[in-house]
Design a binder for this molecule. Sequence first.
Ligand SMILES: Cc1ncc(COP(=O)(O)O)c(C=O)c1O
Length: 291
Amino acid sequence: MEIGFINGEFVDISSPVIPIQERGHQFGDGVYEVVRVYRRVPFLLAEHMDRLERSAHEIKLTVPYSKTELKQIIEEGIQRSDLKEAEVYVQVTRGIAARNHLFPDALPSFTMTVRPIRDVPTNYYKKGVAVYTMEDIRWKYCFIKSLNLLPNILAKQTAIDQGGYEAILVNNDLVMEGSSTNVFVIKDDIVYTTPTVKGILAGITRQKVIDLAKQLNYEVIEDFYSVAFLKAADEVFITSTVVELLPVHSIDNDRIQGVIPGPVMSALSEAYRTTVIQVCKNESVSSQSNE
Ligand SMILES: Cc1ncc(COP(=O)(O)O)c(C=O)c1O
């Protein structure tokens, strides 16, 4: 069952609960997180809640719950949904007030949904996906996971309309990230990814993949690289909470040479899967022993 939560109450997900003057939909004045649930356990929840707090702090907003309370709300939502595999979306906005650009004297709004995962077709993981590069027209603070996703939506739709899966956003010929993913390049067994500058979101999956790559003794270089470097890669893949690690087979219709998925990505995907299984097993054991 899909679950909704708004300002302290669990609600039917389809109930019309957002008032007209909610700043989230009038201004996009808020921040959000998406957490993947495996076997009823929210994966890397602490990392996501830390990023939610950081994003909120950057826009001078206070998350209305402590991390312990957030964990309780999310876990109760998962329990109520009875979904083993799910996606949790949480959003904090500057609240409900008469429309005015100035910060209102209002309590922040907190909403959450627990829904089934969006299925990514399995053959995408076997054959890879097409991506298209486009100019990154977003604002300068993409490290904040804000609700303002209009350029991301337009870029993703443009990629889809060309028969692709993801847009790769490029700034002065440098690859920044995907519209909702981070990008990794493998060249001569070295793992490259864009550094966590203010112009990209520091993906939780990105960091996990970097940690795993280092554990597997790959050299990891967090630096900028050009579109030409991307197209000349041995392997390219994109990462996010939702897609995990997804191989790319072509960039602007130029095919990646070599097998898809490549050997480095395959090793990293396997390590990621093992981590998911381990983390979720440990978490469910510790929550049972706390009961
Ligand atoms: C712009 C952008 N970059 C990267 C990511 C990947 O982040 P994460 O791995 O934390 O899901 C997302 C996820 O939604 C995103 O929107």
